[in-house]
Design a protein around this ligand. Structure first.
Ligand code: HEC
Ligand code: HEC
Length: 456
């Protein structure tokens, strides 16, 4: 929806931070080292301490807001609000919505079938609409898509705490990889930035950043994910400004069963105003004067997600079942913590992206991709990707696990023990040994481990 909303971004106010020290930190507890631990005190869905309450509330309302065709929804889309999918436990949570990806192999490499609308299938269309006196129809992606042989479901993931992850420099992920045992070592996936976050001066169009978001860790920042999801989940195009340059990467509509560039059928454009749903750049003189600003909805989504606090963890009593489970989780035999990591020296926020610096967090992930063998979803990112690369999955962060229902990328199970057993990905799977080690535990040890996971 078009709007001109201005509000004060806590983390972006360099002057206030410089003058006020922890001006953005509120009353979070500090251990005297400058590192603040917030995870256990806050309820699910709360804002990070010190977040400007009015800004957070405006941004969360925007995240929850239902959009219509008049706002630019469609022509094809999966849902009409971010909050319709991300809502388990609290706004921003996981969801029951399982998206559909598809593709095929051509000459032994992955084919996204982009010419027929792949690899993401949009479930709905806005249907009939009239433009310039013509009766038009959006159509809807056919199911199954022509030529598709590989199909994968993708669960909606929770967003709590991700602003802290977004604030980490690439070097954090390189360090994590270097610490991992060779048999389970992950790879930081570096991708080209298409939409830099103006609040992080290290980002620019065309430079690379470690992609840390999504089941396959293919998106480098929350800002870019916001524009991407707005377009690909809701069909709402946007342009933003990056240091005076118009960013058009998210300005082309998706079309039912055909490439986005193939816009017109029988003289009918697909949408009310194709390609300019929320053309921030045009409204703001093409980013002249070095304008460095996200489109306002994209800015709100980014702000909301960046300031969501991590899920609260349940305190563990020494000697309890959960405590024994924690020991097992961290043991060399199971090696769960080889991938599901919470290294205290790495997981401390920086001020990049506008969140408060110095917040310690425990995501139980390395945000690296691993070859999970047959557990991988077999979906590539680009045409020509090797079969091996289609098996790469990001270590799922385990924080907040107890507030989620379905587990694993396709939501195949609600049972934690089954999710662990399914790490068995065959001979090449990097999770196969962990699954076998779990299977070798006696049943009370397995219960201890699951009880520990239910504290996260
Ligand atoms: C139709 C349901 C749906 C809607 C609507 C939706 N999402 Fe999502 N979201 C998902 C799914 C499914 C995933 C996992 C996608 C993947 O990795 O393939 C996801 C993942 C994400 C992630 C990555 C989280 C992580 O774990 O790394 C972010 C960020 C995100 N969504 C933000 C948004 C924003 C912002 C909006 C609104 C513009 C939005 N989403 C709308 C379903 C949805
Ligand atoms: C080689 C790295 C690796 C190791 C070792 C590993 N995991 Fe995982 N784990 C992953 C990946 C990758 C996923 C996501 C897989 C998918 O859905 O495709 C995952 C998913 C999970 C999930 C489901 C989370 C969700 O959001 O759906 C649980 C629970 C889990 N792991 C627990 C464990 C436990 C317990 C161990 C030790 C016995 C372990 N993992 C060992 C990489 C690993």
């Amino acid at each position: 929806m078009r709007r001109n909303m201005q509000w004060i971004r806590c983390g972006a106010l360099g002057a206030v931070l410089a003058l006020g020290g922890w001006g953005c930190m509120g009353d979070a507890g500090s251990d005297g080292t400058g590192v603040t631990t917030v995870s256990s005190e806050l309820s699910l869905g709360a804002a990070l301490p010190g977040t400007n309450a009015a800004a957070f509330s405006a941004a969360s309302a925007n995240f929850a807001e239902t959009e219509s065709a008049a706002d630019g929804l469609g022509p094809i889309f999966n849902q009409n609000a971010c909050g319709s999918c991300h809502q388990n436990g609290a706004l921003g949570g996981a969801g029951q919505n399982i998206e559909q990806r598809y593709g095929t192999l051509t000459n032994g490499t992955f084919n996204t079938l982009a010419a027929t609308g792949g690899s993401l299938r949009q479930l709905f269309g806005i249907g009939g609409f009239n433009i310039g006196g013509l009766n038009c129809n959006s159509g809807v992606d056919s199911n199954p898509a022509q030529g598709a042989t590989i199909f994968a479901g993708r669960m909606t993931t929770p967003l709590f705490g991700l602003g802290l992850v977004d604030s980490l420099p690439d070097s954090s992920f390189d360090t994590l990889a270097s610490r991992e045992p060779a048999s389970v070592r992950g790879t930081p996936r570096r991708v080209t930035i298409s939409l830099p976050n103006p609040a992080d001066s290290s980002q620019s169009i065309g430079s690379t950043r470690v992609a840390r978001f999504g089941w396959k860790a293919n998106v480098p920042s929350l800002a870019q994910f916001s524009a991407d999801a707005y377009l690909n989940e809701m069909g709402i195009t946007t342009t933003s400004c990056s240091r005076g340059t118009v960013v058009t990467a998210f300005a082309t509509e998706n079309r039912a069963n055909r490439a986005g560039t193939n816009a017109i059928i029988n003289g009918c454009p697909d949408d009310e105003v194709p390609g300019v749903d929320d053309d921030f750049a045009a409204e703001n003189h093409n980013c002249s004067g070095g304008l460095n600003q996200l489109q306002d909805d994209v800015n709100n989504f980014t702000f909301f997600m960046a300031h969501l606090a991590p899920p609260p963890q349940v305190a563990i009593t020494a000697g309890s079942s959960q405590d024994r489970g924690r020991t097992l989780f961290n043991s060399a035999t199971l090696a769960c913590s080889g991938c599901h990591r919470s290294d205290a020296d790495i997981f401390v926020s920086t001020s990049a992206g506008g969140v408060p610096a110095g917040i310690a967090f425990q995501p139980y992930s390395d945000f690296l991709v691993h070859d999970m063998g047959t557990l991988g979803d077999q979906i590539g990112l680009n045409d020509g990707d090797s079969v091996a690369s289609t098996r790469l999955m990001r270590t799922a962060p385990l924080w907040g696990l107890r507030s989620r229902n379905n587990k694993l990328h396709d939501g195949r199970t609600t049972d934690i023990a089954t999710a662990i057993r399914d790490h068995n990905g065959g001979t090449v799977g990097q999770g196969t040994a962990a699954a076998a080690a779990f299977g070798a535990l006696n049943s009370s040890q397995q219960t201890d481990l699951v009880n520990f996971l239910n504290t996260l």
